[in-house]
Each structure stands twice: as structure tokens, then as C-alpha cells.
Design a protein around this ligand. Structure first.
Ligand code: FES
Ligand code: FES
Length: 149
């Protein structure tokens, strides 16, 4: 099936199998910032934006992206250098596996709740699991990003 959508601000027209997953399509297009670990929607590592909503691309059929506006970590961090700066300054990563998904979720949070309090940040980011850092540094990074000009 043919899928046409906006990806990081550019137009993409591709043929995909009807059972193709968005994570595989994105990685096949060279956007390997989007990772996959659990593959069952539990960890948030594969989070991308579809419209303004963070979605697990390991569960999202590529065909459902037709006509959508999709953003990956590559596009969002180009758009928002403050997002990367906050994670670097607050050491919000170790292995970095969860970082793309966490940054995409943080971007969505700033769009939906720019004045989020600590508990709201925790709740919003609760689907983004990290196996390395502990969450204090990630929380600090997201809070700093929300406060960035
Ligand atoms: S890899 Fe998609 S939620 Fe874990
Ligand atoms: S930094 Fe390694 S999983 Fe989060």
C-alpha cells in the first residue's frame, strides 16, 4: 500500500506492506534515532509524534500514518536545540537507548502542558522507561527544557 505523510517537515511517499510498523519504516528511511526494545508498547523507547500526540511506533501501523504529520527525535532536536541541551546539561542519559523517546515525550509535554509541575511531568513521562540513569536526572532535564525560553 502507498503511504504519504509529512516526516520531520518533509513529504514522504512510500510503498509499505499492510502490516508494516511505523518504527521499521522510520528506521528503514535512515531515522535510526527511533529505537525499539520491548516491541509491545511497554517502554516508550520508540516514541514518535503523530500530530501532537506521542505514540509507540512499535505498535503503530505505518499505513495509519497516511496523511499524518510525523516527527522523530531527529526532526524535533533540529527544531528545538534546547531539548538536547537540557538532557546534556542534566546528564539525562547513560546508554542513550531511552533518550530519543524521552525527548520526544518531553517535546509533546511542552506542547500540551508547558507549565507542568513535577508530579505532572512524572505522570506524563511514566510511559518512558529508563534502565540506566534513574529518573532524577531525566526529570531535571525535562523540567529545565520546560523552563527554557
Ligand atoms: S519498543 Fe515500543 S514501547 Fe517499547
Ligand atoms: S539511558 Fe540507558 S535506558 Fe535510559
Amino acid at each position: 500500500m502507498k503511504v504519504s505523510f509529512r516526516l520531520n517537515g518533509g513529504q514522504v511517499d512510500v510503498d509499505v506492506r499492510s502490516d508494516a510498523l511505523l518504527v521499521d519504516l522510520l528506521r528503514g528511511l535512515g531515522l535510526t534515532g527511533t529505537k525499539e526494545t520491548c516491541g509491545v508498547g511497554s517502554c516508550g523507547v520508540c516514541t514518535v509524534l503523530v500530530g501532537s500526540d506521542p505514540v509507540s511506533s512499535c505498535l503503530y501501523l505505518a499505513g495509519c500514518a497516511d496523511s499524518a504529520d510525523v516527527w522523530t527525535v531527529e526532526g524535533l532536536t533540529d527544531l528545538e536545540p534546547a531539548l538536547v541541551d537540557a538532557f546534556v546539561q542534566h546528564e539525562g542519559m547513560q546508554c542513550g537507548m531511552c533518550t530519543p523517546g524521552a525527548e520526544v515525550a518531553a517535546y509533546a509535554l511542552r506542547g500540551q502542558m508547558p507549565s507542568a509541575e513535577t508530579d505532572e511531568v512524572r505522570t506524563f513521562m511514566s510511559g518512558n522507561l529508563c534502565r540506566c540513569t534513574g529518573y532524577a536526572s531525566i526529570l531535571a532535564a525535562v523540567k529545565a527544557y520546560l523552563d527554557a525560553p
